[in-house]
Design a protein around this ligand. Structure first.
Ligand SMILES: Nc1nc2c(ncn2[C@@H]2O[C@H](COP(=O)(O)OP(=O)(O)O)[C@@H](O)[C@H]2O)c(=O)[nH]1
Ligand SMILES: [Mg+2]
Length: 301
């Protein structure tokens, strides 16, 4: 490979390949290397070699995605997460952009439509990580992502689609919310029928019609997660504006550890305000179980 003098563009692509941390990034870099590789006789072998590597890597990525064992996209799971799943054209991208800052740069790259897109939806002083999974019938659908999330938003614009999606997510254990996007503009009586059907089938559902329903959806995602919001405060100060998201039944000690590993050992006294306290500023031990919207104050001396 070293014998051919390479262009700066090729070297840049190669650098990207070497520093890539995921297979998807490596694949993208390889494609650029192929594009930038000189097309003359002396580099024929090199080009063929690159194409073989590209093909093998692509096969590997698809194999892993199909197996559904893990998400290979390297998305770091945030405390509150929901994955949007549905057949093509139901409005997954539209929902993502209505609720989040979803990064348009992602949309410009070549693999956009073939990889999950992440956005952060502001919710009660914190964020819900919302992820659009590529259409469930496409080869780019990431099973692992759906299998490992807490909340699955089954986005449909037709009730028939629910069964189709359910069949493909049988290994997923997250809570399911049917999100009906009224894309086909059913009138009020049509919507009432859909509502009645979803109710009779005992689905947890929401019908998207206006801004208010988007807020309701975020509330539902939070409620379904079962998690609790805990505010912290310094002595003689206001509580933190941004809550820490904790698992249900978390203790005061768990919160200290979430702030900083080992911190609970440094805590001398802790006080609480809110739903789990008997009175404002009650002093409690590290084993005290917290409730949603509690405020905790730690003193280390
Ligand atoms: N009329 C209408 N069109 C919508 C709505 N949501 C999405 N669309 C359109 O449906 C098409 C597919 O939407 P998109 O969000 O890309 O769907 P995705 O394939 O599930 O990501 C686009 O042309 C959107 O403009 C809606 O609520 N009403
Ligand atoms: Mg889309």
């Amino acid at each position: 490979m070293a014998s051919t003098n390479q262009s700066p563009a090729y070297q840049k692509a190669q650098g990207k390949f070497l520093s890539a941390s995921t297979d998807d990034e490596r694949l993208e870099a390889l494609e650029e290397m192929i594009k930038e590789c000189p097309k003359h006789k002396s580099s024929e072998n090199m080009l063929a070699n690159l194409k073989t590597r590209y093909k093998k890597l692509k096969e590997k990525i698809q194999r892993i995605k199909k197996s559904g064992k893990s998400s290979r996209t390297g998305i770091k799971k945030e405390d509150l997460q929901a994955v949007i799943v549905g057949v093509t054209n139901t409005g997954k991208s539209s929902l993502l952009s209505a609720l989040t800052n979803a990064n348009p740069k992602i949309a410009e790259t070549k693999f956009t439509t073939t990889a999950p897109i992440t956005g952060m939806a502001p919710y009660s002083g914190t964020y819900i990580q919302l992820i659009e999974n590529p259409a469930i019938e496409s080869e780019y659908y990431d099973k692992g992502l759906t299998n490992t999330t807490d909340t699955i938003l089954i986005l449909v614009d037709d009730l028939e689609q629910i069964k189709k999606v359910e069949k493909k997510i049988d290994k997923a254990s997250g809570k399911r919310i049917i999100v009906f996007n009224n894309k086909n503009d059913f009138d009020e009586s049509g919507i009432r029928k859909i509502e009645a059907t979803l109710k009779s089938r005992k689905y947890d559902f929401i019908i998207l019609s206006n801004k208010e329903s988007l807020e309701k959806l975020k509330n539902k995602i939070f409620q379904n997660s079962g998690k609790i919001r805990i505010f912290t405060k310094e002595p003689n100060c206001e509580k933190s504006p941004r809550p820490i998201i904790m698992k249900p039944n978390s203790t005061v000690g768990d919160v200290a550890e979430k702030i900083l590993k080992g911190f609970s050992k440094k805590v001398k006294t802790s006080k609480i305000w809110g739903p789990s306290s008997k009175f404002a500023g009650q002093q409690v031990g590290l084993k005290h179980k917290l409730k949603d919207l509690d405020v905790v104050e730690f003193k280390t001396r």
